[in-house]
Ligand binder design. Structure first.
Ligand SMILES: [Zn+2]
Ligand SMILES: [Zn+2]
Length: 364
């Protein structure tokens, strides 16, 4: 059972971004664990709610699906090889030994620095990564799990992100004195401006090791191809996105990772056309079937279904096969399958057919 994020923040479902931010600020202040009467569990809950409701993609997803998605299975790492189509090498480059800052997401971060005077140490939340995935019509009907390859920064598996060779001796960084930041002053026409930048020697960790990790050269992370499984629910629409929490770029110094935003594209099908939760097809019958009525075979996503065409059916009439449409994303049930009947007029007649139709003409 997922939590009601609106209830947690005490706002209505149609609250504006400003109202959500205001409510979050109030709640975060009330429950902050550093304060008297703070409540860490509540504080976490409030944060979780805000992370979702302050992000338009995640909020839309939450409104629609009643949850945000977590990876179907944990990401497994592979090194190199067979990586197709996704290149995010321009995102947050982790150049060896260089301090880098993520300037993305983390609306909560801004509020924190406003509230507590930037007292929160550590890094910024990782960037979101957006990928596209294509599925076919039948995957929309059944739902599917897609494995996608994402090229992103991950925590070093050798040193678990510390940057030190296993067994190396840890010491406080001499350059920054353990703060992870150094002040850089710049002379400008407005005077001297002091800027805080990430310490190059410890990459913001505040600690160095007598021996740097041989795999990541002491950075604590590196970029590689990671396979992620994405659970795509039945009924999803072309162009809809799924946000998978924490599967984006790694955060800085223990800050949360960004999200993986998967935008789903649905290949068109030459038999079935989607119309909301209904599926439309056309079926051709001949003049005699239309006049006398018949039972015809209709191809649905569940296979062939026998459908009755009543006597006197006109071309363009639409008949409904209940419950053979697209599954509803939220809640239960499915749309219907709608069959448009086309009555074919013969273009070539045998001698016998011609005679019969001429007799029919004389009768009318
Ligand atoms: Zn390492
Ligand atoms: Zn340092």
């Amino acid at each position: 059972m997922s939590k009601d994020f609106y209830e947690i923040l005490g706002v209505s479902k149609d609250a504006s971004d400003a109202e959500i931010k205001k409510a979050y600020r109030k709640m975060a202040h009330k429950y902050h664990p550093d304060k008297d009467g703070g409540d860490e569990a509540k504080f976490k809950e409030v944060n979780e709610a805000y992370q979702t409701l302050s992000d338009s993609t995640k909020r839309a997803q939450y409104d629609q699906f009643g949850q945000t998605f977590n990876g179907a299975t944990g990401g497994s790492s592979t090194s190199g090889g067979g990586f197709g189509g996704f290149d995010f090498s321009n995102f947050g480059q982790a150049t060896g030994g260089q301090g880098f800052e993520f300037n993305f997401g983390g609306g909560a971060e801004d509020i924190f620095s406003e509230m507590f005077g930037g007292g929160r140490r550590g890094g910024r939340r990782g960037r979101d990564i957006q990928v596209d995935v294509e599925i076919d019509f039948f995957e929309v009907i059944k739902g599917t799990i897609k494995e996608i390859s994402v090229y992103k920064s991950v925590e070093c598996s050798r040193c678990n992100g510390t940057g030190g060779e296993p067994g190396a001796k840890e010491e406080t960084c001499k350059t920054c004195g353990g703060s992870g930041h150094v002040q850089k002053t710049m002379q400008t026409i407005l005077g001297t401006i002091a800027q805080q930048i990430v310490c190059n020697d410890c990459n913001g960790k505040g600690k160095t090791f007598d021996k740097k990790c041989s795999k990541c050269k002491g950075v604590g992370h590196y970029r590689e191809e990671v396979k992620e499984s994405v659970d795509i629910p039945a009924g999803i629409n072309d162009g809809q996105s799924i946000a998978i929490s924490g599967k984006g770029e790694i955060g800085q110094n223990g800050a949360p990772a960004g999200d993986l935003i998967v935008t789903v594209h649905v290949k068109s099908d030459n038999r079935f056309v989607r119309d909301g939760y209904d599926i439309r097809t056309t079926s051709h019958i001949n003049f005699a079937q239309a006049a006398l009525g018949d039972k015809i075979d209709v191809e649905t996503v569940d296979g062939i279904v026998k459908m009755k065409v009543p006597a006197g059916t006109q071309s363009g009439e639409i008949y409904k096969i209940r419950g053979k449409g697209v599954p509803k994303l939220r809640g239960i049930g499915r749309g219907d399958h709608l069959v448009e009947i086309i009555v074919d007029v013969p273009t070539k007649l045998s001698r016998k057919e011609r005679k019969i139709i001429e007799q029919l003409k004389d009768l009318q």
